[in-house]
Design a protein around this ligand. Structure first.
Ligand SMILES: NC(=O)c1ccc[n+]([C@@H]2O[C@H](COP(=O)([O-])OP(=O)(O)OC[C@H]3O[C@@H](n4cnc5c(N)ncnc54)[C@H](OP(=O)(O)O)[C@@H]3O)[C@@H](O)[C@H]2O)c1
Length: 238
């Protein structure tokens, strides 16, 4: 039975991913700051093949907590770095931008480094990072968020190359969702092609099982990514 650890499994995409992996027979390690939600999810999964660990990806004890979760699960094969935050701001807001960088960049690196170290030692594994279509363009109202996701994209490409150079069978999948129903985007105006979390999670797990390098969720968001990249080349935001 394969074992997967997911960060940010207390709501939205992470919650749905835990359910999707679990329904396919995986042992799931679910993490997040809200313990009540973790307990609720464990209950939904029938307390079978599920391990919980409260985890703040920005805290100093990230590695200790992930070690203890992996020990309880007796190993890990797939690590999903999903925890993230985002805000729409019409003027620059240092506190919000710092929060985005703390969670989406520093917290992301802290957890992915843990997984990379673990998979290097055991000589197998699969790292999945949730980036965004937003990584491919820039925006005047989500500047820090888009920049944080561009970091995620570049970092994952880098570590994929690193494992390749080291000839280690560690796979890296970058997931680029468009809009997906979740707390993060609740009430946000102007959304389109919004995917249900269950549909998004199904497509993400399919891509992970096929060991895809990059996947758009849903696939039509590739068009927006292409337009965004073009607009970037011509120095115009989307
Ligand atoms: N929804 C979309 O349209 C969309 C599109 C593209 C990409 N994404 C990405 O998908 C990922 C999941 O987001 P979502 O849409 O599912 O939003 P969400 O429902 O708000 O979920 C965010 C998750 O991140 C966790 N989190 C936030 N801060 C954390 C911290 N300091 N430490 C640990 N966990 C933390 C939250 O758990 P706790 O609060 O319990 O810690 C929660 O489980 C994010 O990386 C987001 O950028 C979402």
């Amino acid at each position: 039975m394969k074992k997967v650890i997911i960060t940010g499994a207390t709501s939205g995409i992470g919650y749905a991913l835990a359910k999707e992996f679990h329904s396919r027979g995986y042992i799931v390690g679910i993490t997040g700051r809200r313990e009540k939600r973790l307990l609720q999810l464990a209950e939904e999964l029938g307390h079978e093949r599920v391990f919980i660990q409260t985890l703040d990806v920005t805290a100093r004890d990230v590695h200790e907590k992930l070690d203890s979760l992996a020990d309880a699960m007796d190993g890990v094969d797939i690590f999903v770095a999903n925890a993230g935050v985002g805000y729409v701001t019409r003027t620059l807001d240092l506190a919000k931008d710092r929060h985005i960088i703390d969670v989406n960049v520093t917290g992301f690196v802290a957890t992915v480094c843990w997984a990379a170290q673990k998979f290097t030692e055991q000589k197998h594994g699969h790292i999945v990072g949730i980036s965004s279509v937003a990584s491919t363009f820039y925006s005047g109202v989500t500047a820090a968020y888009n920049a944080s996701k561009a970091f995620v994209c570049s970092y994952l490409m880098g570590i994929r190359l690193m494992f390749k150079t080291q000839k280690l069978p560690v796979f890296v999948t970058e997931v680029r969702p468009g809009f997906v129903e979740s707390e993060m985007v609740e009430g946000q105006k102007g959304m389109f092609w919004v995917a249900k979390t269950s549909v998004a999670a199904y497509q993400m797990v399919e891509a992970v099982e096929r060991k895809k390098k990059v996947v758009y969720i849903t696939s039509r968001w590739r068009i927006v990514a292409w337009l965004g990249t073009m607009a970037g080349w011509f120095n115009k935001g989307l």
